[in-house]
Ligand binder design. Sequence first.
Ligand SMILES: *Cc1c(COP(=O)(O)O)cnc(C)c1O
Length: 429
Amino acid sequence: MRDIRTATESLSKRDKKYLWHPLTQHKISPDMLPIVSAKGSILTDEHGNEYIDAISSWYTAVYGHCNSFITSRVAKQMQNLDQVVFSGFTHKPAIELSEALIKILPQGQQKLFFNDNGSTATEIGIKMALQYHYNIGNDRKVMLAFEEGFHGDTFGAMSVSGLSVYNGAFEDHFIRVERIPVPNGENNEEVISTLKALISKHNIAGFIYEPLIQGAAAMKFHDPEALNEILKICRKNDIILVADEVMTGFGKTGKYFASDYVDEKPDVICMSKALTAGLLPMGLTSCSQKVYDAFYSDEIAKGLFHGHTYTANPLACSAALAAVELLVSEEIQNSISRISKSNNEFVKKLKSSPKLKNARSKGVIMAFELDVQTDRYGSLRNELFKFFMEKGVFLRPLGNTIYIVPPYTISEDELQKVYGVIEDALTAF
Ligand SMILES: *Cc1c(COP(=O)(O)O)cnc(C)c1O
């Protein structure tokens, strides 16, 4: 057992002086833990304590931290071209990345629009859907979204997200959104009838959805057939399908994209997180020729007037290109299969435990709910976090949901250690 708190007082103290951390109520949060290095699956704190990063640092570092194949490619790029305006100029890293991505994206994706992070990737997805209809002369100003979805923290992205704990203070400023429940097998008919009622009542421009797995809603799964039904109805009504694959993209579900499990393909796909392998921030929004064509015009105002200063930063593009090369490699594909198999076996084992419910896995993602008294719910998350960290595993439970999204490069020993501490938690809590 290690005492994480006192061991790292100095940097923690300095941190508190000027820094304001995300998703943190500082008055009631423990001190931040300084991490000094990361390699492969391991994070190391300033006293040399090691932690297995079982959530790939929020689903980014899926090829392992400081992966030398990727860092060396970025280092090389860094000496050649660091940054240039992407309006009026272009460069090889962006072009090569586009060529590599189009090969692995779900069928129908044709154009890539760069941005900075997951929130801006969805923000642009929403803009594409709204302006698509505006440009072709349709009066459609409402977005459709799942209840409990999460699409990011900028205003458009917040509006379509359903988690009011993040969004409460801003609700008066939201864009117009209607919501449907997530299909869970039992409510599928209700979802479809709600959907049809909303479509007949509102002028819906686009439907934004996290395909198959809603990450921030605590790794909530829904099945591809139910989603397919929804998408079919939307498409029939010329509603632009915006798949938010920021979390699910790049192999985590066992296929390149979660949309690969669904017959009805999206018009727009939002990407970030594992796109750049955890090295540099970048987002991407891809779309079909049909969407692009609605913006392609002699009229300047029909263009997509959105641009971030660091759009298509060459270093981020080179990281993303190296990452795609790894993703399609036999080695990484075999690792994803190995982890999926181990997760399945672990889920089978977990299902016999009376202390949990809803054990599930898809690809490298595995999750379940601890079946504990709700009065412990508030502090449970912090207690679990501390419990896992003291045993050398970084997990970030959401409420009573424990989940893992390990790097594809995690060794079988490391993975078994993660399962082991989860089993310890089942005994301890
Ligand atoms: C993380 C996430 C976002 C937001 O991405 P940021 O880079 O944090 O802005 C959007 N959608 C989904 C599904 C996500 O998991």
